[in-house]
Write a protein that binds this ligand. Structure first.
Ligand code: SFD
Ligand code: AMP
Length: 619
């Protein structure tokens, strides 16, 4: 099958992914670099792409420094506790000290923030503020589009691989991908590249299968590209064993934060018990983190998990009890509370509102089931997987600093948002902020390194053949059986995805194994995923849409493999409620309060897994 035409784009800075961090990066890069050419490439369309494309009902990272609510130091203490002792304090502080001004910018651009009568922002919890956030993404995208100019934004172009310098594999040179709506390759040559392409949903088998397939909590746009692009070129990754298991409303995946913190609802089991009360003693096993306020997210999960495992479900979010308490019998007040309850989901997770409607649930009368969802690999919410990046020069100890803020271990390759590891709890606002910080540093890098990297034509040609191979494979073998989807010569992207999800679910501690695994199980899972990686060479695509799905599953498979290798390395159970190592069931601060890092070496097809120290930066 002939390869399609190639458009080559030369620029100074390339931003891959136009989500929250990518839009922040675009806006900021242009502010500092009026003469540099900054290009953004996005596989969808930035007004509705990424995790915030479906809207949000809250900004979950806001210090409120102007009101005296919190300091960046408070934020660091909170985040380190929530991660059971492990986060990069320099990176977390950097987000904390800049995030408020980013939120104010979003408000200036049109984001409606809920206000009290005195004009102050309303609060949900200590760090969270409510918004009328259905349109947060278009509001964030518009200034990015204006800053770069339409001619510098390439949409519906899926990036599949990064390009490294022809003479130095440790230096970035650009990226390659294909247009999803026309027969065309794109080669972007850049001096600096920013990875802002989000986290990874659908690596684990979701609870919603068959009739519910496609419904997940985190965005379906989050296909693990950030990790799947960086790992193969040898970028050092950190905390890839970490995952986020969200407590969510059953089937619709509605988030719970607003319900716990704003409506003050409880979750009760079938005996009417509240696990935060009955399972309080369990927290003592995990000191000093067990006594932290609030209880760290994994431990809150763990308490609920013990109830579920003991057969005490269903677990109900007592929306009824909470709403009636807030309304206190006043119908007008109940109208307001009811509006707020529905808006929470209509702003952010419409599927949950549909679930309520289809199940005749009136939240003021009827409690709703909650469950622990499947794991998600991500770096921006309550998960901390991602690249090991340099911190800011004024804060970071030498172990955490190598020249440019948010630069990975590949020269000129920067990351932000879900792409950065060990810096969680950024959410939408912090990811946007981190994108801005990374872009500013990338501008500095390009000014210091004005010479262009070299791109090898042979490298590009080989990649193009690999990228197009699934279409060629289908073309060669179609007709070998009476079904296009069943063929001894190839695997289609959906088959590959369910195979990956089955491996992850059963060997890496997914929902069907109660989030539990051990060394031998992981070793077997790694052997199976290595075979899957081999078989991905036989992927087949009937059209460019399936070609996109093929490369998404390739990226997800890198994520799954890294996750299992890291899980195997960490010989403890640091985050009960996220996962359990049955062979190392305890938290072991003395030996394992360290980051687990890895580097893949393409030449030898091998992984180096090692640890890096946790260093306290903020007293
Ligand atoms: O309630 C390629 N998030 C919440 N954040 C909040 O602040 N408040 C909330 O209320 C939040 N909640 C929530 C959240 C997300 C979702 C899905 C729900 C509820 C239902 C989290 C934030 O949304 C998240 O932290 C940030 O968006 C992360 O930003 P970033 O930039 O790391 O990722 P992105 O926004 O998903 O953007 C990624 C972009 O990359 C594109 N892309 N482009 C080209 N080539 C490729 N190969 C690509 N692969 C991906 C994507 O299309 C996308 O545009 S709550 O649950 O807590
Ligand atoms: P969620 O809706 O679960 O994504 O959570 C939104 C925000 O609220 C995140 O910052 C969570 O860490 C926080 N959160 C959720 N539940 C609780 C809780 N029970 N206590 C404290 N913080 C919470």
């Amino acid at each position: 099958m002939p390869l399609p035409a190639t458009e080559t784009v030369e620029c100074d800075i390339l931003i891959i992914g136009g989500g929250m961090s990518g839009c922040g990066a675009a806006f900021e890069a242009k502010y500092w670099s009026r003469d540099l050419k900054v290009v953004l490439v996005e596989k969808a369309v930035i007004e509705r792409s990424g995790a915030t494309g479906e809207g949000l009902s809250a900004i979950n990272c806001y210090m409120g420094q102007r009101y005296g609510w919190n300091t960046p130091e408070d934020f660091v203490h909170y985040v380190v506790n929530d991660m059971m002792g492990l986060a990069r304090e320099d990176l977390v502080y950097d987000v904390g000290r800049h995030v408020d001004s980013s939120v104010h910018l979003l408000e200036e651009w049109g984001l409606p923030v809920w206000k009290k009568d005195n004009g102050e922002y309303e609060r949900i919890g200590r760090w969270q503020i409510p918004i009328h956030g259905e349109s947060i993404k278009p509001i964030t995208a518009e200034p990015a589009r204006q800053a770069l100019g339409q001619e510098n934004i390439y949409e519906r172009v899926n990036i599949t691989h990064l390009l490294t310098d022809a003479d130095d594999v440790g230096r970035i040179a650009g990226a390659i991908g294909f247009a999803v709506r026309e027969n065309k390759f794109y080669v972007f040559k850049a001096k600096a590249v920013l990875i802002t392409c989000g986290g990874a949903a659908n690596v684990f088998r979701p609870r919603s299968v068959n009739e519910g397939l496609g419904r997940t909590w985190y965005s379906v746009f989050a296909t693990g590209a950030a990790y799947g692009l960086m790992i193969p070129i040898g970028t050092e990754m950190t905390q890839m064993e970490h995952r986020f298991v969200p407590t969510r409303f059953k089937d619709g995946y509605g988030p719970v934060g607003m319900w716990f913190q704003y409506f003050h609802a409880r979750v009760t089991n079938s005996l009417g018990e509240d696990y935060t009360v009955t399972r309080d003693d369990e927290l003592r096993k995990y000191e000093p983190y067990g006594s932290a306020i609030p209880t760290p997210t994994p431990l809150r999960n763990h308490q609920m998990f013990l109830d579920i495992k003991a057969g005490l479900g269903p677990m109900y979010m007592r929306t009824d009890e909470a709403m009636q308490k807030l309304a206190q019998g006043d119908p007008a007040k109940m109208d307001q509370v009811r509006d707020e309850a529905w808006e929470d989901f209509l702003d952010m997770t419409i599927a949950q509102a549909l679930t309520w409607a289809s199940q005749n649930i009136m939240p003021e009368d009827t409690p709703s089931e909650v469950v622990l969802a499947e794991p998600y690999i991500m770096g921006s919410h309550s998960g901390e997987a991602g690249a090991w990046v340099s911190g800011p020069e004024d804060l970071s100890p030498t172990e955490y600093f190598w020249g440019y803020n948010k630069m990975t271990t590949i020269q000129g390759l920067f990351a932000a948002g879900d792409g950065v590891g060990a810096a969680p709890h950024k959410f939408s606002s912090g990811s946007f902020t981190e994108g801005r910080l990374a872009a500013k540093a990338a501008v500095n890098y390009v000014l210091d390194h004005p010479q262009a990297s070299g791109v090898s034509d042979a490298q590009v040609r080989n990649l193009q053949e690999a990228i197009w191979a699934p279409l060629a494979t289908f073309d060669r073998h179609k007709g070998a059986s009476s079904s296009e989807e069943v063929n001894p010569n190839f695997v289609n992207p959906k088959q590959a995805l369910v195979r990956l999800q089955k491996i992850m679910d059963e060997y890496a501690g997914g929902t069907s194994t109660w989030y539990t695994t051990n060394g031998p199980t992981l070793e077997r899972g790694i052997a199976l995923i290595e075979m899957l990686r081999e078989d991905l060479k036989h992927l087949a695509a009937r059209n460019r849409h399936e070609l996109l799905r093929c490369w998404e599953v390739v990226h997800r498979t890198w994520v799954g493999e890294a996750h299992m290798r890291h899980l195997l390395h960490r010989k403890e159970t640091r985050w009960p409620g996220y996962y359990y190592r049955s062979d190392y069931p305890d938290l072991d601060d003395a030996n394992w309060r360290v980051f687990v890092n890895s580097k893949y070496d393409a030449a030898s097809d091998s992984w180096d897994i090692f640890t890096k120290p946790y260093i306290q930066v903020v007293k």
